[in-house]
Design a protein around this ligand. Sequence first.
Ligand code: CTP
Length: 401
Amino acid sequence: MPGNILVGVGGGIAAFKAAALCSLLVKRGHSVQVLMTKNATRFVQPLTFQALTHRAVVTDTFEEPDPSEIAHIALADAADVYLIAPATANLIAKLAHGIADDMVTTTALACTAPLMVAPAMNVHMWAHPTVQENLTILRRRGIHVVEPDSGILACGYTGKGRLAEPEELADAVERTLARRRDLAGVRVVVTAGPTVEDIDPVRFLSNASSGKMGYAIAEAAVARGATVELISGPVSLDPVAGAALTPIRSTQDLLDAVLARIDQADVFIAAAAPADFRPVERLPHKWKKTEGTPVLALEPTPDVLAAASARRRPGQVFVGFAAETRDAVAYGREKLRRKNLDLVVVNDVTEPGAGFGVDTNRVVILDDSGAAEELPLMAKRDVADRVLDRVADRLRANRER
Ligand code: CTP
């Protein structure tokens, strides 16, 4: 699917790789419009990009060749995707804080198309907390950060900071293009966070789920045009703009909320970590120490995903998660079968950077054909999009059947 790609080039030595990227995008059939910062033009001449893209390169916000329009607004409006590559530490800081003092950053504010940022810089600059915090701000806003590679850097250091290769950047741009509104009209129900089982009015059983994975899925689904119902246990996350939020507390509440919505849903994604056991009895008053040490009798809670799956109608796509601490893939396969699912997203929560509370995850996506797709460590928002790519494929296949 060819698109209008805006490429913003920043002032780093990796600007030369942006020329290869533009050439590749043009070869793949896209229209490419390049914007450069003044410093970028010190590394590569605008003429290089003009010759590759057959379009004049814009370097100055105040250069207005066509009096009938305002260049940065017209270019922003025409874009299907805006990729900034290389994104220097300075550009990343400006993007994170809304500074718009050149053509690249001004257009970023005016652009409503998906924004992608491909950083390139020295290894110490990359690791600097300021840069990492600014990237966290960008990711939180749904901006896709294409991680730099590790290797020998122009500054002589070896480490992380090298601009991703043109092939990889072009693939990432095309994935973003394909995702635009690919879930329009699709009704998605997502569960997220822990559930809480009360023991008495002040004590409860729960778990360490932060809800971040489920919220990232809801956010990504909204961005792709889906109608999203987010059913969430108690978490300390901001609601997802554009998704209908139903807060719940116990696993029974979660079951009721899911069963009330499942028949109308096209997709069910169970990212919640429901408590598997609850006290047989909830004490009406706070248990006093003077009353002795209580013995808690527990009973299993309902399995929400299994109950919803039992009512599953043809064409619906069901996705489960499996948070494991050992033999993750084997347990994942078993859950896929037992709960009758299309996909299971498995992660080993004991691995660094994966699981509860963190912004990243390392997962394996299992499907009912027995295939396993192992993804590298990536932002939960990116994991969300990879999972939704698979869901979109399934919906398409179901429609064609
Ligand atoms: N799940 C659910 N309701 C429950 C428990 C789990 O809907 N009461 C869903 C989760 O949202 C997740 C999947 O089932 O998508 C896997 O949850 P997990 O607790 O790991 O699986 P179980 O098979 O229930 O537990 P175990 O690991 O003990 O086998």
